[in-house]
Design a protein around this ligand. Structure first.
Ligand code: ARG
Length: 564
């Protein structure tokens, strides 16, 4: 991709004859908000202190001196110099580039093949996957796709919540009231039911807690029955989780959950002891973090049991050793911000400089009717239900709009699931947002289906035009109506870079909406298939839009059906 901003910088630098160097000029160049102010603008204020003249005058004088070759026009407006790119030259370059590179367009080498573990999804065994886990899953997946696109090697790790004293309670409950058949029929819901009942009954029968502790102890000691039960709860739960992952088209590289680190925690405790970091507090072992302005990290309880953070310390060290990462990501809700601050602080105290490479990627809550979703208030949204509802809503819309569509079932799936995923990703990840299914699946407005529909429209134009493959050719297009779309195509590589640097998939989702809107406007104002000199260039534009929309959606983990 030709760097047009650089071209502008060079033109100015030659004209100012060294009063400001090219690099400084480059960083001062802006992209005007409105297209009628040109494609790039240079504020002449930047030169006032060298040239001792008013910026307006500098702008007017400089415009005379600038070599305008390759620009449509260069004009002074007040203190600004506005540059208008040569549309034919630009369109020819960008369209050939997109069509040559196809879905590789926008790929770049930021990562130098370095490994990046991404801790994502990480639901808890025997509990339903929440909307928060869904957010972690889709945000993590999109970040992984963006990392791969920029030549990092993402490693998607599902750090399952598969260990802890709650398993003692669950086993105790199962032994009292459980039935194998019932669990098999509906594993997570049934296990949750036992667990809830345990908590109801242990209010009056505190001896249940002793039994639960006993069961957990048996599990920790590797007792055969306890281990078998634990394995069974885990695999039944995982089966349900994997159904949802399959629905979303998301795969993990590792399901090493908390239990995986059981035999790796002694080392952590020893290291902390060696470094004199452990302190006793009411029988428990803690690491004091007051110099970080954080609460102490509780490493070992008075009964000797290790904790969530102990397992995360072991996991962090294991990942460093296994993947030798340059950054290690944790896509987890912002309610765990302090936990990750503590994790990093303890690692730092242990002398690991790479603790700076650990990044918590927090995100906000999904609300319903403006309220937090919670089990107690009855506002639990079950993921599988949400996806099923979205698919049937999509299917209804397709029946109305395109009843003769082939593959209706597949398309309804892609549109329904895609809508839920897109809705999640178009919001900046830290924002809370409200979930309203009807709105999510609408074909108009800033939705996933809207973007998918723009892509399908582009594909349908190409089918009508009867073109299958477009080779390198001269694609000169100076149509004003096409300009916004062309500029957006050229912005795709930078947009990807921004999204990955900020770990912010919403940058891509917003870009996709923007491109879909610009393209729809173009489509409404132009006769694309009219037989004239620029027809081939217009078709190349449509084909390029299809490539880029599809690739943007793919990065988000959303499918782009050819027809809908
Ligand atoms: N299982 C935890 C939860 O549901 C999330 C785990 C996040 N990952 C981690 N390494 N701590 O809250």
């Amino acid at each position: 991709m030709i760097d047009y901003k650089q071209k502008v910088a060079t033109a100015i630098s030659v004209a100012v004859d060294g009063s400001l160097n090219e690099k400084d000029i480059f960083y001062k160049i802006e992209v005007p908000k409105a297209l009628n102010l040109g494609d790039y603008a240079f504020p002449a204020f930047a030169l006032a202190k060298y040239l001792h003249k008013a910026p307006q005058i500098i702008a007017t004088e400089l415009v005379e001196k600038i070599d305008k070759k390759g620009f449509e026009k260069v004009e002074a407006v007040g203190p600004y110099i506005n540059f208008f790119l040569d549309k034919k030259d630009y369109s020819n370059n960008i369209l050939n580039e997109v069509l040559n590179e196809q879905d590789n367009f926008g790929s770049q080498d930021l990562g130098k093949s370095n490994n990046v573990p991404i801790d994502m999804s990480s639901p808890n065994i025997a509990k339903p996957m929440s909307m928060g886990h869904l957010r972690s899953t889709v945000i993590g997946n999109a970040i992984a796709n963006l990392l791969a696109k920029t030549n990092y090697v993402p490693v998607k790790i599902n750090h399952l919540g598969d260990w802890g004293t709650q398993f003692g309670k669950l086993m105790c409950a199962y032994k009292m009231w459980g039935s194998e058949e019932e669990v098999k029929k509906d594993p997570i819901a049934t296990l949750l039911k036992y667990y809830v009942r345990f908590h109801e009954e242990d209010v009056d029968k505190p001896e249940l807690d002793d039994d639960a502790r006993e069961w957990f102890k048996r599990l920790e000691d590797g007792d055969k029955e306890a281990t078998q039960l634990w394995k069974w709860f885990r695999s039944e739960s995982l089966k349900e989780f994997i159904q949802i992952y399959d629905e979303l088209g998301i795969k993990f590289d590792s399901y090493n959950g908390e239990a995986f680190y059981n035999d790796k925690m002694d080392e952590i405790v020893e290291l902390l002891e060696q470094k004199n970091l452990l302190k006793e507090s009411n029988g428990a072992q803690i690491v004091d973090l007051s110099k970080y302005d954080l609460n102490p990290a509780l490493i070992k309880r008075s009964d000797g049991a290790t904790l969530y953070i102990t397992r995360d310390l072991a996991a962090a060290l294991y990942r460093k050793r296994t993947y030798n990462f340059t950054q290690s990501l944790y896509v987890v809700g912002n309610e765990q911000t302090n936990h990750f601050k503590q994790l990093k602080a303890v690692l730092k105290e242990m002398g690991y400089d790479w603790s700076d490479d650990i990044h918590h990627i927090p995100f906000g809550l999904i609300t319903s009717g403006g309220k937090k979703l919670s089990t107690r208030a009855g506002r639990v949204i079950l993921l599988q239900d949400v996806l099923n509802d979205a698919i049937s809503l999509a299917s209804k819309q397709i029946d109305e709009k395109n009843p003769s569509l082939a593959n209706k079932k597949q398309v309804a799936h892609d549109v329904g699931v895609g809508a839920v995923v897109f809705h999640d990703l178009k919001n900046e990840r830290l924002n809370n947002f409200d979930f309203d299914l009807e709105e999510v699946v609408r074909f108009e407005g800033e939705t996933g289906p809207y973007v998918q529909y723009a892509h399908a429209r582009a594909m349908s134009i190409l089918r009508k035009a009867g073109v299958s493959e477009l080779g390198t050719a001269s694609y000169e297009l100076d149509d004003n109506q096409a300009w916004e779309t062309l500029r957006l195509l050229g912005d795709f590589p930078n947009t990807i870079e921004r999204a990955v640097v900020e770990y912010e998939p919403s940058v891509i989702a917003k870009y996709a909406i923007h491109l879909a809107k610009a393209f729809n406007k173009y489509y409404a104002h132009s006769k694309i298939l009219k037989a004239d000199k620029q027809k081939a260039a217009r078709i190349a534009l449509v084909a390029s839009v299809a490539v880029v929309l599809k690739e943007a959606l793919r990065l988000l983990g959303v499918a782009a059906p050819d027809e809908m």
